[in-house]
Design a protein around this ligand. Structure first.
Ligand SMILES: *[C@@H]1O[C@H](CO)[C@@H](O)[C@H](O)[C@H]1NC(C)=O
Ligand SMILES: *[C@@H]1O[C@H](CO)[C@@H](O)[C@H](O)[C@H]1NC(C)=O
Ligand SMILES: *[C@@H]1O[C@H](CO)[C@@H](O)[C@H](O)[C@H]1NC(C)=O
Length: 309
């Protein structure tokens, strides 16, 4: 095994062990939930009726989904007074224009922080999503989201049960655009209401208290989640250290052997030089091996073990 192979192997290994578990991707979550929310529709869904999805993927248990099919004209003229926590006023425009659209409602429940991590903030409400899709094909998957724009009054989100807000903290509205970019509005309106003029994901947060003396229930849950991910990365670190250590050990042994054989060659060369200059060599017992030495002893030949020591 040459040096280059060792280095290449080390490099590959480093890359492998640096690979973190896949990050939770809110964009692909939306695509998945679009599919599941469309399955809420019965075979001939009635326009304007909100259908709750009966199933969500088993690894997303707890997420709630609903969907309603609407005519664009009706949405614009009348709005939707209550789509779960959302209240859509009249004057909402959908782009691109289609005759019928589907509004999808998501409640990410205890997955909010997982898919919309916000450092420095704690969620006091679940992340709620409001998204619009084309209603042409109710079995379609991977549909692009439509643009919803409130042209007159804003869309209101009335969060029903906020977690207890720590004393001295003030709640902020947070909204995420379709790329997951967060923007904050300083204060929650009376009645725990946030406002928006477009589609996206919404929640209520408070600034994290760095050293909370009495961890709340939400905090404990978060900790558990963090612990399990820490556990998997710890496993990686252990496996990495063991394999890395073995490789380093191999490398070290290789280097030592290499060094010793170099020294041996050097000694032989030196002896050859001595021979060329006409000095008589005779065999001498050194330790347990016999080695050639010069009569006029300049350097006493030693065992390699002594060199290596
Ligand atoms: C999320 O996944 C989509 C495709 O599923 C990809 O286009 C996008 O770049 C991903 N985003 C991140 C932040 O990984
Ligand atoms: C969320 O809660 C549900 C029960 O409501 C549970 O089955 C699920 O494992 C939880 N998920 C996370 C990520 O905490
Ligand atoms: C609807 O979408 C599904 C899934 O993409 C596809 O198999 C089906 O052919 C589509 N139906 C129509 C009428 O376009």
């Amino acid at each position: 095994m040459g040096f280059l192979q060792v280095l290449l192997f080390l490099h590959l290994f480093q890359k492998l062990s640096a690979q973190s578990p896949p990050t939770n991707n809110a964009t692909s979550l939306d695509a998945l939930l679009q599919d599941y929310s469309f399955r809420a529709f019965v075979r001939r869904p009635r326009t304007g009726i909100l259908y709750d999805a009966a199933t969500v993927p088993s690894d997303l248990t707890g997420i709630k989904l609903s969907a309603v099919r609407l005519r664009s004209g009706s949405l614009r003229k009348h709005g939707v007074t209550s789509l779960k926590e959302f209240s859509i006023p009249k004057g909402v425009i959908v782009k691109p224009y289609v005759t019928r659209l589907v509004l999808v409602y998501q409640n990410l429940a205890n997955y909010s922080r997982l898919y919309y991590p916000l450092s420095g903030y704690d969620y006091v409400a679940p992340v709620l999503g409001l998204l619009a899709y084309d209603a042409k094909n109710l079995s379609a998957v991977n549909l692009p989201e439509f643009e919803l724009t409130a042209s007159n009054d804003p869309i209101r989100i009335g969060f029903t049960d906020l977690e207890r807000i720590p004393q001295g903290s003030s709640a902020k509205c947070v909204s995420f655009d379709l790329r997951g970019k967060a923007s904050f509005k300083d204060s929650v309106q009376p009645g725990n209401t946030c406002e928006t003029d477009r589609q996206g994901h919404f929640s209520v947060v408070v600034k994290s208290v760095a050293s909370a003396p009495s961890p709340s229930e939400g905090r404990t849950k978060k900790k558990k989640k963090k612990e399990s991910s820490e556990e998997s990365s710890r496993t990686w670190i252990i496996v990495g250290s063991v394999v890395g250590g073995l490789i380093l050990l191999g490398l070290l042994v290789f280097l030592v052997l290499r060094c010793r054989s170099y020294k041996k060659e050097e000694k032989i060369r030196e002896m050859e030089r001595a021979g060329e200059t006409g000095e008589a060599l005779r065999m001498t017992q050194v330790g347990e091996t016999r080695a050639p030495t010069a009569t006029t002893t300049r350097t006493q030949p030693m065992l390699e073990t002594e060199y290596a020591a």
